[in-house]
Design a protein around this ligand. Sequence first.
Ligand code: GDP
Ligand code: IMO
Ligand code: MG
Length: 423
Amino acid sequence: MAVDLLLGLQWGDEGKGKIVDVLTKDYDIIARFQGGPNAGHTLEFDGIKHVLHTIPSGIFHENAINLVGNGVVIDPVIFKKELDNLAQFKLNIKEKLLISRKAHLILPTHRLLDAASEASKGKAKIGSTLKGIGPTYMDKTGRNGIRVGDLELSDWKDRYASLRDKHIDMIDFYDAKIEYNLDELEAEFFKAVEVLKALTFIDSEEYLYQAQQAGKSILAEGAQGSLLDIDFGTYPFVTSSNTTAAGACTGLGVAPGQIAEVFGIFKAYTTRVGSGPFPTELFDEVGATMGRVGNEFGATTGRPRRCGWLDLVALKYAVRVNGVTQLMMMKGDVLSGFDTLKICTHYKYKGKLIEHLPYNIEPENVEPVYFEMKGWSEDLTKMKGDAKLPSELNEYIEYLEKELNVPIKIVSVGPDRTQTVYR
Ligand code: GDP
Ligand code: IMO
Ligand code: MG
């Protein structure tokens, strides 16, 4: 049995959590492959909204095992909070939630390093979620990291202490001084580590190999979005992992040939939280309306998300880099009521029209060129299943399908599980 991937095609927050939850009924295993608690994946059902950061979005389904893969970075403190939030639902966490021994740990000093690095950058800051993601992946690639499996070894606290001391020297190196109480942070961390140690650690690549041999169906859940990918995103305003399809191979130990469907998920418009270029960003009432109607506030940090029209140039790029086989368009309901909708089809780049994403998309280099379409006014939020979509929305979808050459199979019309239309 093959592995399907689900990943975001924009700057994150496309609605991955909702769709993973919707799809989980058809899978035996949901496996998160990269990122950490910088992610905020929201799902809603039965009138309750849940936000997950590290735990995969299939956790509420009895049929599925949820796996945190080796490519993920785990902050025990945030993980414990997520578990505390789940406690009331009486899920069988010990059996249903598995953690790769090869996943790296975010230490309190990684978070402090993130803060010091951002503070020292001033205006040039990345707009990091300050969850310690960058410093933790730096220690991973620098071969200094501490992994979940190390917690089973007797000397892990010695290794912890030497890495912590090194981090403290590094924090002092930054010009910007940050305040912290390490004793408090460590007390909280060690308490949370004990909670983590009570969970089930596995050699996840072996587990996934055996699961495939046994014919189990696996859905790999991405975090962030393709334009935040460390290689293919808008560097340096990116996260520190490969958010694109290849990240699922390295983040789970799944061979490329085992991957079947690649579900690419995008909003019917575009949002971005944090710093960095965003060619179709709107600074007018239209952008403010998208933000208000779409309730565009970060699920992890609460920061308002920047909003703009759909950027087909960037979307085509993401579809190609990931080899997307099926598309899912989210937040269709938020575009109801606009007389005219715009889609960016080209950039004007150094005076010339181009259709591909160039190396540098800073505002001084690119100007978006738009195609205009008539909008729809119907309220979509009561629609589900095989509901008939307004004709203008169908035209919008068909235009995108033709340009992207990939079918749009799901149109989401609200945050709830049920507000999902299939095509
Ligand atoms: P993720 O990080 O990709 O999982 O996305 P987030 O959870 O950070 O952000 C998506 C937000 O949009 C959440 O608040 C969802 O509840 C909400 N959402 C998802 N799909 C839809 C939709 O089709 N319509 C509306 N209005 N909201 C949606
Ligand atoms: P989900 O999985 C949106 C952004 C941050 C910042 C940059 C780097 O919910 O889609 P980091 O903390 O990774 O060092 O921040 O990436 N960012 C996200 N934006 N959704 C996310 O995750 C994000 N995770 C990180 O805002 O610009
Ligand atoms: Mg999110």
